[in-house]
Write a protein that binds this ligand. Sequence first.
Ligand code: MV4
Length: 450
Amino acid sequence: MLSKILIANRGEVALRVIRACHELDIPCVAVYSEADADSLHVREADETVCIGPGPVIESYLKIPNIIGAAEISGCDAIHPGYGFLAENPEFVLACEDNDMVFIGPGAEIMRRMGDKSLAKQTMKQALIPVVPGSEGAVGDAAEAARLAAEFGYPVMVKASAGGGGRGMRLVQSPGEMDNLFNMASSEAETAFGDGTIYLEKGIVGPHHVEVQVLVDRAGSVLTLGERDCSVQRRHQKLIEESPSPLLNWDTRQKMAEAAIAACRACGYVNAGTLEFLVDDDRNFYFMEMNTRVQVEHPVSEAVTGIDIVREQIRIARGDLLAITGSIQTRGHAIELRINAEDPANDFRPNTGTITKYVPPGGPGVRVDSHLYEGYTIPVFYDSLLAKLIVWDLDRPAAIRRALRALNEYIIEGVVTNKELCSAILRNPDFQAGNYTTAFIEENLERLELA
Ligand code: MV4
């Protein structure tokens, strides 16, 4: 089973999946839009199929085109990467209807985790700690105000269909409730076609810590430590690291146990991530479960030695995990997301042709990127150019190695956020591990001067 895999993605993650296929000796097929004809994933795959014009709704998001490409090339499995169709249950059903193995969890669990309010209720029933809040949906602003009086301000109103920070508002006082409730609801209605809102107590100055899991088809669970993704701006992560500088062994173990219980409770299969908010006292609360491989998965690979994408494929073909429980991690890993965006210009994305490209190397350095000299960045897609992942024995050494690698890294022809990454790594609060999700907003001006 799994004789040929179609990769329903582009960019660095398409390359990442191709590499795993090659190591497993499974032939793989790249799909590409007309705008991606010169992309590296097209060059590296064993076969290629063009699936339409540059705009994503006409190519990478078009389910019939992807399924059609898989059929004509004789694939029996599809890896979705992240983004695009990776968390779309309709796509999973379309794969099943056409006898393709979807490399990920089933449609039912994906739908359940996609509804943030339902996901939370599911975890609460499994005795996973969740932020105190409404039991499911809240009908209107008046009901929200009654509940908020009970929990105490600030509260968060959140869209059930949301996630990743979309369709949520922090409400500081009763006077703001009407307005912010209705804003969140109409925003969710417009964005997701579903204005359903639920309510939570607001956690002030939270850390974002997530636990990586692998679950095989027999239901055995392996946790691969945590990632701290607190360095982010407007819900776009910039730096991720493992282990989290905030956690101690006790909290780490409790979070791993919670992640294992969560997977068992919902019958999860394949790679997944449980997102937690952690407060300054290291209380942790389940937030969301991501049912895909994530951008930042390499930091977990670096500290565990496990190839997460290879394991996704092996699990999908029915292989069992060789080890289960919670794996011991080693050393410290940091990932920096190099984006084609200008921090000095409100992070405006830009495109262009790469005129000079020299990636860093040496011990403990990994670069996941689809860039090459002469490559022209298409206008249709996200601004991620490269992920620089470093590993060393401890956090201070990993930070020094990251600065060294960033210094070596030459990317000319587009404006990047490379200098901002260096400035954060040099920041004394970052170096002390003393940062929350508000770090970039609080320090932006100082970081740019650095
Ligand atoms: C919260 C919160 C405070 N209190 N919920 C944002 C994304 C989504 N996954 C959950 N988010 C938050 N939920 C309560 N009850 C603060 C955030 C939040 C946040 C969370 C993770 C990473 C960055 C963040 C930035 C701002 C707000």
